[in-house]
Write a protein that binds this ligand. Sequence first.
Ligand SMILES: [Zn+2]
Length: 391
Amino acid sequence: MPALRLRGKILWQSPASVGDSPYVVKPSPSGKDTLVRPLKNPTWVQGDFLIENGRIYQVPATGSADVEGWILPGLVDVHCHIGIKMGGFATGAEMLEQARENHRSGTLLVRDCGSPNDNSHVANHPDTLRLVRAGRHLAKPKRYIQGSALELATDAQLPAAMVAQARAGDGWVKLVGDWIDRSDGTSSDLKPLWDRQALADGVAAVHEIGGRVTVHTFARATIDSLLAAQVDCIEHGTGMSAEQINEAARLGIAITPTLLQVGLFNQFAAAAGKKYPVYAEHMLALQAGHKRVLENFVDSGVRLLPGTDAGGFQPHGQLPAEMLRWKEMGFSNQQIIDMTTWQARDYLGFASLSEGAVADLVVYERNPVEDLSILATPKFVHLGQVSDESA
Ligand SMILES: [Zn+2]
């Protein structure tokens, strides 16, 4: 690959002399691009940059540039399902196309949040993305999208199954924390799946081998046992009370608020219809209360992660649209950019743009800090292809 010259303003990280990130994690088994040295928070830097052998370097400005614009580290979607499509499961070729859709949107790092089939083949191609896999969802029989999860008959099976999935993927485990329990006829509602002790044992076992756990949850009744077990991350969290959110913040538990997905709760309620009126009411109430929950997320200072829930009901490549929705939480454009680029990369253990870093970046025609909507139309997307793997 010939060297490529970029010119413009870049969200750039310089090596720090002191300090460390609290979010640096051990390298994932497949991730070679982990943060290896403490860095200062990125700032916008004007200049010329060279991409050579997949890595980026700041260089003196001479001659012409191949690409000019506003340059961000690759965007991150921590809640994406490569392998799930509307109404079913994707083939290997369809998974590759899903990864490409994310790439075209500037999303270059994905924590796959559960997939029924191995999707590792989509990672690291020039037109795809970096992938951190969570293996398969863990649920109980009839308590998740049919055929999607590994279904455990008993709570006692949970800890060993969690460890197995942490090992099968890249260290992350995805639990279904609550789901409609259709065994209760017309009074069926969202209910927690797991026994409190089994959850605590499972999380401890995963932490023991250096893995992390995230949990799908809509309902308030699920949350206390997740906090007690000290899971690492909560998906959706629509039922969380202010007290529970404050406790999550205190414990360092991150939350993925998935605003686009919660926007569909009225559709889920309508689909449940008259057959499950209690569940339908519950979903509508969660949607109606979501504004308040989001306010509490912001007030608590809990760490928020960007996620679209792409796969089942959301198309892939919607992260720029999710980022626009985050303005509803009162964040500035710069805060949203920080949270969905370098901060989320840091959380997953991946470097951002700094001298010699792998050149995973997106270029925009206009300044995204002034107009976040430009994120929907990147002018250039680049996933660094490093042949020598030495850091
Ligand atoms: Zn999901």
